[in-house]
Design a protein around this ligand. Sequence first.
Ligand code: FAD
Length: 314
Amino acid sequence: MPSALVFFTELADAPSKAQRELLTLAASIGEPTVAVASEVSQATAEQLASYGVAKLLVAPANHASFLEHSLSVLEAAVKQSAADVVLVANDNFNREVAARIAVRVEGSIVTDAINVSADLVVTKDELAGSYSAQAQATGGVLFVTLKPNSIEDAPQSAAAEVSINELAAETSAAEKVRIVGTEGKVVSDRPKLTEARVVVAGGRGVNGDFGAVEQLADALGGAVGASRAATDAGWISHDAQIGQTGVTVSPQVFISAGISGAIQQKAGMQTSKCIIAINKDVDAPVFEIADFGIVGDLAKVLPQAAEEIRRRQA
Ligand code: FAD
């Protein structure tokens, strides 16, 4: 049976949905080891047990840059665990860390994966979801970055004991950068885009004003997303971009407003359970994949929808 290592840069008291998906996948491959490049509370360690994790390797952050620290933690964890497969998140930071360590240990890497079988065959979507490809490493440790919302989060019922071990991770002596200060990002009260049950996304059609999109998202307790046209225009942060070169979302309800539905945009949302599209152009491609379509001006439709939802909630 292959052994799996899951690497996290951080692990909060409640592991995120994307992190739980990585743990579920690791448990389906073999008894997983988890390595974390920061401190982990006892309560969190106990939660890992319900995913069949037997061993936790921790290395609290030090004076080195977080990238240097993460690189040395992952390299040390790969060597100590002797894992066959290493699973990490699919964001830019983790992809860079995984790729660099894959090179250092002469392993292989597959990014944007949506599954890994017990015999280490990796599945990923190609060409914006038009094809599904299966890949197998031909040598070395296999590193895989997993797209969020790919795996059904399923903790195992029987929780075992997790042994917690401090990992001796040596940062490079040739380290050139030291962190002299850090400032946390402003955290929104809205749910995380990749984990939200409802996403309301706006495109070029919002014409610079995301107010109506945000109001509907807040009425529904959802997250706000955007097309690349909207993020490139600087109307909203790049973190909100959904699509081939943005994040992938798969909520229960996806509301698309003023987005044409280009293939690269659809690649990030077409697995949503229910898609509602609002567009003033009846021929917009987004209507081809929508479960419900409203042909109209979003500046009128969105506020009406938000008002009606608030009225029913009152
Ligand atoms: P448009 O295509 O301009 O559509 C705007 C829509 O709004 C139109 O359908 C219009 O009818 C409608 N509209 C206008 N006013 C209103 C109104 N008042 N009420 C209702 N509807 C209105 N795009 C992404 O989104 N995500 C990606 O990750 C991404 N990756 C890419 C990667 C590559 C390699 C390439 C080449 C492109 C990528 N793109 C991506 C860009 C993509 O091809 C489209 O250009 C982009 O999605 C268009 O955004 P949009 O639908 O908001 O704008």
